[in-house]
Design a protein around this ligand. Structure first.
Ligand code: UT7
Length: 323
């Protein structure tokens, strides 16, 4: 059977780092509160000329270089983002143009913080269905541009960045020993739409709007939803928590990450945590974490890697893949 195997990975971050100390000068907060409640110590903030497309392009070029490929070798680009450069054309098409790629298909996918999990699942379905043979999957965001910088309950949490994976078709045996995506589990429930949203949009206000969140409400649902889709991935593949080499979670809050791992019985040494460095970069957080742990040698070929995310919508999901 056809599997979607990881061929390359890459990431890009804005030049500017903003520490919690600097946040203290902007809103009524403290380094101690932010670290204790979220685990975040710093985040990267896009400056002039840095956009979702430019960061996505940077991540794409890093992934192509690592894979020893050129844009000619791709036939699909999916960009998971909630902060596109423009309402249209899609940021994916913008990146396609930046890469000088004139063939194939490119589109954006919007599932907020679960966007990267949704995008990997979508690329996998395209590859297994024969619609694509090599896909560039990017999570890229500039959440700093939709934050209300006077609202301390949200502005301290988010950051900007991009990460990318290249997935390519390869023959597998149809067992859990195969490399590539083994299962994807996606969920959404719009009844929670008012707990994490942006208060503007092209068809309502005609403006971009600002991020609004009832943090405590999101927190309340997070661990249960995350463990639900991870357990579904175990069930679909006949694997258990003991088989997982690395849990690479969406990086929203250290307490949510630790709570989920604990509930699943995955030891914290097997959990990749970058929220301290990047803050919550929404759809970019998982590929940024993958890039960090694969580049430093933790995630190795053949490792069983669980991705999970939960966010606005609500949307949530998991992907189990063998690296
Ligand atoms: O990526 C998408 C998914 N998003 C998430 O997963 C976010 C989920 N939620 C969270 O991570 C947490 O709920 C937060 C980090 C947002 C907040 O942590 P919390 O422990 O739930 O705090 P809280 O909202 O219950 O607020 C506790 C107190 C409040 O003061 P009072 O009412 O107890 O006097 C807040 O006003 O902390 C106050 N507070 C702050 N204090 C200093 C809220 N924000 C800040 C701040 N600095 N930045």
């Amino acid at each position: 059977m056809i599997r979607s195997v990881v061929r390359g990975f890459g990431a890009a971050l804005p030049k500017r780092v903003m520490t919690n100390k600097e946040m203290e000068s902007r809103v009524d907060t403290s380094d101690e509160w932010i670290v204790q409640r979220t685990g975040i110590r710093q985040r990267y903030i896009a400056g002039e000329g840095e956009t979702t497309a430019s960061l996505g392009e940077g991540a794409a070029r890093a992934a192509l270089q690592r894979a020893g490929l050129t844009p000619d070798d791709l036939d699909l680009i999916i960009v998971a983002t909630s902060t596109p450069d423009n309402t249209f054309p899609a940021t994916a098409v913008n990146i396609q143009n930046r890469l000088g790629m004139r063939h194939g298909a490119a589109f954006d996918l919007q599932a907020v913080c679960s966007g990267f999990v949704y995008a990997v699942a979508t690329a996998d379905a395209y590859i297994r269905g024969g619609l694509a043979s090599r896909a560039l999957v990017i999570g890229a965001e500039t959440f700093s541009r939709i934050l209300d910088w006077s609202d301390r309950t949200t502005c301290v949490l988010f950051g900007d960045g991009a990460g990318a994976l290249i997935l390519e078709a390869a023959n597998g045996e149809g067992t859990n020993a195969d490399r590539g995506v083994l299962t994807a589990q996606l969920r959404s429930d719009g009844v929670h739409g008012d707990k994490l949203y942006v208060d503007g949009g092209p068809s309502t206000t005609g403006t971009v709007g600002h991020l609004r969140m009832e943090g405590r409400e999101v927190f309340k649902h997070a661990v249960g939803m995350i463990t639900d889709v991870i357990e579904a991935a175990f069930e679909a593949t006949g694997t258990t928590a003991d088989d997982v080499d690395w849990l690479v979670p969406h990086q929203a809050n250290r307490r949510i990450i630790d709570g989920s791992a604990r509930k699943l019985g995955i030891p914290l040494e097997k959990v990749v945590v970058t929220v301290d460095q990047h803050g919550n970069t929404s759809a970019a957080s998982i590929p940024l974490a993958l890039d960090t742990a694969a580049a430093d040698g933790r995630i190795k070929r053949g490792d069983l890697v669980m991705l999970e995310a939960m966010g606005g919508g609500f949307t949530w999901g998991s992907v189990l893949l063998r690296w």
